[in-house]
Design a protein around this ligand. Structure first.
Ligand SMILES: [Zn+2]
Length: 209
């Protein structure tokens, strides 16, 4: 049975590297895969960039409002029409930016098309809240796999701190990829609390006084 996998982690946990490695493993066996990513991420346009310097173009971009199930079916048919080679796996980068119904579309790919889907993404934003795509993936994926990375203190990183220059910031939009000099640092829960002044989440009322 084909499954929908959500492989999640904090920033810098090597998700794109893991995705490209998974694609390579399929292709080494002579199998064909499709690579896709949501359009919201403008970081590398159509490319998947790993921190090790490996870059690869996606086969298609999933635009807002796009039917992710029909889109996969179209590309699968195209591949079969072109040279008779079927698709063995769909790999999706930056899956946190998918819309909820698009995640459901990916689940349908696994269930109805019988093709496994590997979705890679960040679980939570800089305010520790789930991205829409990640929330739906946590709800419906068959298998959840955590890609771990280490905080500066050596503990396992849990959250993504947003920095402007060398200062951590705790307000702003959920997505701030380009433009201002925003960077992210993966932090454990304790270091996050230290930097945020003991606040977790976008709702300061939920934190202790
Ligand atoms: Zn830490």
């Amino acid at each position: 049975m084909a499954k929908l996998y959500f492989r999640y982690g904090a920033m810098n946990s090597g998700k794109s590297t893991a995705l490209l490695q998974a694609a390579y493993n399929y292709e080494e066996r002579g199998q064909r895969v499709l690579l896709a990513k949501p359009a919201v991420d403008t970081k590398g346009d159509r490319s998947i960039e790993s921190r090790l310097g490996v870059t690869r173009e996606v086969d298609y971009v999933i635009e807002p409002g796009e039917d992710a199930f029909a889109q996969f079916q179209r590309h699968r048919r195209e591949s079969l029409d072109r040279d008779g080679v079927d698709i063995s796996c769909l790999l999706v980068d930056e899956a946190q930016f998918l819309e909820g119904p698009q995640v459901d579309g990916l689940l349908r790919v696994a269930l109805l098309e019988g093709v496994p889907v590997l979705a890679y993404g960040i679980r939570t934003d800089f305010l520790t809240e789930a991205f829409p795509g990640s929330r739906r993936l946590l709800e419906v994926a068959h298998t959840l796999e955590e890609l771990k990375t280490i905080c500066r203190c050596g503990r396992k990183a849990l959250f993504n701190g947003r920095k402007v220059g060398d200062r951590f910031v705790f307000d702003g939009d959920q997505v701030a990829i380009d433009g201002e000099e925003v960077t992210y640092e993966s932090l454990c829960g304790n270091c996050y609390l230290e930097e945020s002044g003991n606040v977790i989440g976008a709702h300061p009322t939920l934190s202790p006084p």
